[in-house]
Design a binder for this molecule. Structure first.
Ligand code: C5P
Length: 229
């Protein structure tokens, strides 16, 4: 089944305090984005990779494609104001044949092949899947002034990561519904939940971190040594 992966990579990395988007910071001498793209390039279940990024970064994407022989990487798509807008724009450029669409953050370079394939297989049969890990800490819900309102039941809580994978028609319907109803979300599965599809959780790894702050970059430098072949 033809499968596409959308990689939103249009963030500016404000929380990293860097002048370039965090996806272009180097990790073991390669941009973080390249580590991520290589995970999908080498996965037989993936047919095409679509990156959404700023127009000013298009030449970098072209350069990366040639330098790292990323044959599945399609022409970049201009990102939007929010992550959701970047994914929506990329969604319009997915191959007409594509039936399954994964979405994966550019800044999660430690995704494992097993997570990608399980996510795809599950979405094929159940419509939607999300990779997630069990919450390690006790989670509390608090009011805006910082007072604890309640303690949540940890055994039913998950920290959700990417990839998140969907049957094409479900993801498109969810994005259309979100657009019409002004629904804003930081992950794609939330939008799918709004049209009544409940994604299946794939238990992933705590190493699949999202590199967001300088602390994450330090951790990534340790992980990259262990992770790379
Ligand atoms: O900053 P955030 O956690 O939302 O970033 C998650 C991913 O979404 C990153 O890979 C980032 O580049 C991407 N993003 C995007 N377009 C935006 C904001 C973030 O593609 N406008």
């Amino acid at each position: 089944m033809f499968t596409s992966v959308i990689i939103p990579a249009a963030g500016f990395g404000e929380r990293m305090g860097a002048t370039i988007g965090k996806q272009f910071l180097l990790l073991n001498e390669k941009p973080i984005l390249v580590h991520t793209l290589e995970r999908f390039q080498s996965c037989d279940d993936i047919n095409e990779i679509i990156v959404a990024t700023q127009r000013s970064s298009f030449p970098i994407i072209e350069e990366i494609r040639k330098k790292y022989s990323l044959s599945k990487l399609k022409a970049p798509v201009e990102g939007g104001e929010r992550r959701q807008d970047s994914v929506a724009k990329a969604l319009k450029c997915v191959d007409a044949e594509s039936e399954i669409i994964s979405v994966h953050d550019a800044v999660r370079p430690f995704v494992r092949r097993k997570e990608i394939t399980q996510s795809i297989e599950t979405a094929k049969y159940f419509g939607a899947s999300v990779v997630a890990v069990r919450a390690k800490d006790t989670m509390k819900q608090a009011s805006t002034d910082g007072r604890v309102e309640k303690t949540l039941n940890r055994s039913s809580l998950w920290s959700v990561q990417t990839p998140q994978t969907f049957q094409r028609k479900i993801l498109i319907e969810a994005y259309e519904f979100a657009f019409k109803n002004n629904i804003v979300a930081t992950d794609d599965s939330y939008l799918v939940e709004q049209i009544g599809v409940l994604p299946i959780i794939i238990e992933g790894s705590y190493e699949n971190i999202k590199i967001t702050t300088p602390d994450d970059l330090l951790l990534a430098e340790l992980l990259v040594k262990r992770f790379m072949p």
